[in-house]
Design a protein around this ligand. Structure first.
Ligand code: SAM
Length: 367
């Protein structure tokens, strides 16, 4: 099944009405990306999803509204279910004809649909103010909906040595010292493209470089593993025992797939000397760790601060990531309160990543 996507830009005041009318005209799906609306949600929550602030900056000021209309072959076009769809009502037995008809946005069917839309929206415009404009249309293959995002990803160097490569791309020219891992994030977070992942990987690389024994003997925790990306980097850097956990079972399933892609054996239960992966949170882990990587959000770091301190072995290190600029002072203060001192802090495009150790360990180093 393919779809015709009709694209619009609308003022905030008209975005909902436009979406509603597209549905009424037979759209099977309508997507609205409204910067004004999203910025409001962001503001209300004080802190929200990863990348939202970067994402907002990249959006146009007006809402992007897209309506997806079923674009069937000639047989499906004769179905009763498509009888109300103005894009399909012109369907002829000739598939090529339909293809031409649907692609050409000046075609009668689309003109008809756009004219009806304009008529319906006239009263909304009068009452709500604002305007909208039709940008264009395109045919979207159904399988592309699931895979479109893949075209945005390329191999990416996160540090001098660590490179993440999408699993569907070849990367034959790796430098000898380069550690290349392969990731298909699926629905999980962790392509490597987010600053919070990137700088976490950078810190892992630095730690290994400056304290090779530390990483090759460490018992490590990847808290909020997502796609498994940071656990895989740790494994490839030589960390012998890793627990990768996530509260989201879907992320755990994805991490398992990525471990396998990267030739790593894993177990469902923590075991000495293995990479294990399971659904859970910090309280579900047993024992202490030499290395904890936690790419979460600031509010979780605040809640978990005391537990982090408890879970860190003497001389251990914790990487805290996913901290938006505004929350950095609160996180720093909380860490100091529980006895975790920052050794390094790295800022990139609105996001902080911190490397911290137990206060007594750093005090000892200074003596
Ligand atoms: N580690 C990956 C990376 O750096 O790209 C993914 C990080 S993603 C920002 C955060 C992950 O933490 C998500 O997969 C989410 O499901 C998980 N998560 C959120 N709260 C959690 C919690 N309390 N305990 C464990 N995992 C959590």
């Amino acid at each position: 099944m393919d779809y015709v996507k009709l694209r619009f830009l609308a003022d905030h005041s008209l975005a909902d009405a436009l979406s509603y009318e597209l549905n009424k005209l037979g759209a099977e799906g309508v997507s609205v990306v409204d910067k004004t609306e999203l910025a409001g949600v962001y503001h209300d929550k004080g802190e929200l999803n990863y990348a939202l602030d970067d994402y907002l900056d990249g959006l146009p000021d007006r809402a992007e509204v897209e309506g997806y209309f079923r674009y069937a072959d000639s047989n499906e076009a004769n179905d009763a279910s498509s009888a109300d769809n103005p894009l399909l009502r012109v369907a002829e037995d000739d598939y090529e004809g339909l293809l031409y008809e649907a692609r050409d946005y000046t075609s009668l069917s689309q003109l008809d649909l756009l004219a009806r839309l304009a008529a319906e929206l006239e009263s909304y415009k009068q009452n709500l103010g604002g305007s909208y404009e039709f940008i264009g249309s395109e045919i979207v293959k159904e399988e592309d909906w699931a895979n479109n995002w893949k075209s945005y990803y390329e191999p990416l160097a996160l540090s001098p040595r660590l490179t993440v490569c999408p699993s569907w791309i070849d990367y034959p020219d790796a430098r000898p010292e380069e550690i290349v891992i392969r990731i298909d994030p699926g629905q999980a977070f962790g392509t490597g493209y987010h600053e919070s992942t990137e700088i976490s990987a950078f810190f892992l690389d630095q730690l290994q470089k400056h304290k090779p024994d530390f990483t090759t003997q460490a018992r490590a925790l990847d808290l909020g593993t997502g796609s498994g990306i940071l656990a895989i980097f740790m494994a490839r850097l030589g960390v012998p025992e890793i627990e990768a956990i996530d509260i989201d079972p879907q992320a755990v399933a994805t991490a398992k797939e990525n471990f396998s892609f990267n030739g790593l054996d894993w177990s469902d239960q923590p075991q000495a000397g293995t990479l294990s992966v399971y659904t859970g949170e910090l309280a579900d882990t047993r024992g202490e760790f030499d290395l904890i990587v936690a790419n979460l959000i600031a509010s979780l770091h605040l809640d978990l601060a005391a537990a982090y301190r408890e879970k860190l072995r003497p001389e251990g290190r914790i990487i805290l990531s996913g901290i938006i600029d505004e929350r950095m002072p609160a996180v720093r203060k909380k860490m100091a309160e529980v006895g975790l001192i920052l050794e390094e802090a790295h800022y990139k495009r609105g996001w902080w990543t911190l490397l911290a150790a137990r206060k007594e360990d750093l005090d000892q180093q200074l003596c």
